[in-house]
Design a protein around this ligand. Sequence first.
Ligand code: FMN
Length: 343
Amino acid sequence: MPKKTIILGVTGSIAAIKAENLVKRLKGIGRVIVVMTEAAREFVSPERLVKVSGNRVVTGLFERYRKEKTCLPAGRETVEHISLAEEANLLLIAPATANIMAKLVNGIADDMLSTLVLATQAPILIAPAMNTDMWENAIIQENVTKLKARGYGFVGPVYGRLASGRMGKGRLAPLGRIVKESEKILKEKKELIKKRILITAGPTQEPLDPVRFISNRSTGRMGYALVQAALSRGAEVTLISGPTQLLPPSGAEVINVQTAKEMRREVLRNFKKADVFISCAAVADYRPKKREKKKIKGERNFTLELERNPDILKEVSKKKGKRILVGFALETENLIKNAKAKL
Ligand SMILES: Cc1cc2nc3c(=O)[nH]c(=O)nc-3n(C[C@H](O)[C@H](O)[C@H](O)COP(=O)(O)O)c2cc1C
């Protein structure tokens, strides 16, 4: 087996003093190239990490460019963040500061590590380390939630003694756990490479006037989780999503729709090229027969007439061919019987 390449991003947390040991242990599962931020250099020297990793240690975005631009033909300058991005089988950031996470959430690329994260297709694993009050700060928690929604993996932080001497959550996860998580990602089977997977998610909204709609309680979370799982196995994913509060995972093509009719149109448009169709959306069975142009006034009782929406899954199942089709049935009674009838 050729050795997998792990790019280890080390940032300016005091836990960076553990980087040397982490590199030693990571070498058991792959080849390690360290990328350090400016602040990380306050805690650990690049020279030591060169020694333990047996590889170059990258400390600046323009380092190689400055050195090599004069000896390469015009237009063929070395762009190291791209070559590193392509080389990586895993980008592990350990320890990860509050600062690097905030930069990643916002797509800021002002040093080698943050630029590399934007450029790479490799899976990203983050091991945060910071003081408890920082970790519990609402802004940081929001950033962590956003990064998880985008498909970034997390390991730790854990409860324990912090650099300040206090006990609390914020300590870097044990190195053994970081290595184990990294190994798990490196071993992930990419059995869906070149497979095209079409997934629908979320509810549909069926307007009855310009300000109201009927809908259902679907959050979209299952469909979005399926998108992430398919991406991590190497699939090319198209997500057709009804309105949700979720951030789409990076790496998927996302098509936003509102109504069942719109969802049908997009499914039909994308179905042909799909190898697998997972119909996870909670498509409204009915829509108001008439969509009022003006807001319905709340002065009198009225009866709302509904008409059937298209059954998208049933329709495409007639053109199934060799595709795999997956449907879901949410029932209130006779679960198996009803699900079988749908199948
Ligand atoms: C002694 C010391 C220890 C620090 N430890 C941490 C830490 O554990 N976690 C953290 O998020 N920031 C910590 N910081 C703050 C970061 O170094 C600072 O936010 C810096 O800008 C991070 O830069 P970087 O993310 O580019 O590495 C520490 C600062 C100092 C002076």
